[in-house]
Design a protein around this ligand. Sequence first.
Ligand SMILES: Nc1ncnc2c1ncn2[C@@H]1O[C@H](COP(=O)(O)OP(=O)(O)OP(=O)(O)O)[C@@H](O)[C@H]1O
Ligand SMILES: [Mg+2]
Length: 224
Amino acid sequence: MGILKIDELRKTFSSGEVEEEVLKGINLALKEGEITALVGTSGSGKSTLLTIAAGLQSATDGQVLFDGRNLTGMSQEQIRQIRASKFGFIFQFAYLVPFLTVEEQLRLMLDVADKRMKKTEQQQEINQLLSFVGMEHRKKAYPTSLSGGEKQRVAIARALIHKPKILFADEPTASLDSKRSNEVMGLIKQLTEQLHIATLLVTHDEDMLSYADRIVKMSDGTVL
Ligand SMILES: Nc1ncnc2c1ncn2[C@@H]1O[C@H](COP(=O)(O)OP(=O)(O)OP(=O)(O)O)[C@@H](O)[C@H]1O
Ligand SMILES: [Mg+2]
């Protein structure tokens, strides 16, 4: 039984008269401590699947079960709470807030996930995770002074600082060279195992598939 279960998921986009079924009955389960890689040609529906699984957009039909609870039947506020406290996100670009230091980016996420955490405890968690991703020495730095690989390491720390159950990563290495890509994927792999996270990784980079525990291939809205 996976922590996230996707059942007969369908998504149709309509523009005017034209209806396009982008997801055609997808079934998928994510397990804790494992990276599931989602691959497939451009436009096959990978990002649509990831965003629906993460509660960022709704499905046309089917179910997304998180820890046995049906996301599709929840209110926007209930979904928002699960997203903020149980899910983490990384994308192709780090999207750091330009006017916050590295440690402030992480503190912001802790405040969003749980406002009751003590400041001293927050700082401990932040220092520990930044040290793990090799960025503690830059915790007072602003994003403009970081390299692409460093930004992505901060983005990983920010995605995981609140100890989510699921990590959604949509092409996290697409803007990095192969050395940085391997560093970033190595970190994602280690953290997935150590923190017992279920990671859904969308990637175009064949070299990154060696980090995956399972590879799921999508084609034209279906899983092969
Ligand atoms: N909001 C939307 N409205 C209409 N069509 C959409 C919308 N979002 C996605 N689509 C269409 O759904 C299809 C799947 O898109 P999606 O972004 O999921 O593909 P993808 O597999 O992630 O592709 P890529 O590898 O290029 O990122 C595409 O044809 C896209 O144009
Ligand atoms: Mg995509």
